[in-house]
Design a protein around this ligand. Structure first.
Ligand code: SAM
Length: 191
């Protein structure tokens, strides 16, 4: 039994965020609910997804595109205080996901943080064993161990690391019950 993502976020992420912070929410989802929550705590949020909310918000920019391409569009001097990839990486081929994180590491300020929440194992129950890609194909989900995420950010401080077999029945999306997750929070060290 591990820490539920909601608790992790409330205890370890939200208190750390500041009104001056600039945040990147990768795979923000069509409702953008996590970006909207972050926008109440931070100065500015960029939410990227294939499907973005239609409602504009004054301190959020929604960008509709493949997350894997977003690093190519960032100016070299664009720096974030906080980057989150929440329930996104399980949808990507591992080499693409880790390459994207590696590229993003260069866009995190010193002392800034990266939060990854993804799957280390197929959730139980009726969840489908294959995902439908944006192109409509079926592909297997991708699973990650926490050390695979951590080793993508060499020398960063590990703030939190967890591989949890059960985050709690029905507390996540309601789509499935047992949530087999890898959760990692990393901090870019100060020189
Ligand atoms: C399970 S939802 C998670 C949404 C939100 N981050 C959350 O935690 O509730 C996964 C999201 O990732 C998006 N996604 C998956 N692969 C993507 C890709 N290659 N580029 C952009 N968005 C992607 C999907 O469109 C979907 O909105």
């Amino acid at each position: 039994m591990g820490k539920h993502p909601n608790d992790l976020e409330v205890e370890l992420i939200h208190p750390w965020l500041r009104q001056s912070h600039i945040v990147l929410d990768l795979g923000c989802g069509q409702t953008g609910k996590n970006s909207i929550r972050l926008a109440k705590m931070c100065g500015y949020v960029v939410g990227v997804d294939h499907k973005i909310p239609s409602t504009p918000m004054k301190n959020v920019t929604w960008i509709q595109q493949d997350v894997r391409a977003c690093t190519k569009k960032l100016r070299p001097d664009t720096m974030f205080h906080f980057v989150q990839a929440r329930l996104l990486l399980q949808s990507l081929p591992k080499e693409d996901a880790l390459a994207m994180l590696r590229a993003l590491a260069g866009h995190v300020r010193t002392g800034g943080r990266v939060y990854v929440l993804t799957w280390f194992q197929q959730p139980s129950g009726s969840f489908p064993t294959h995902r439908r890609t944006p192109e409509g194909d079926f592909e297997p989900w991708t699973f990650y161990r926490s050390d695979e995420i951590i080793s993508t950010f060499p020398d960063w401080r590990v703030v939190w690391e967890e591989e949890s077999k059960h985050f709690g029945k029905g507390r996540h999306t309601g789509e499935f019950h047992n949530f087999f997750a890898t959760a990692v929070i990393l901090e870019r060290p100060r020189p």
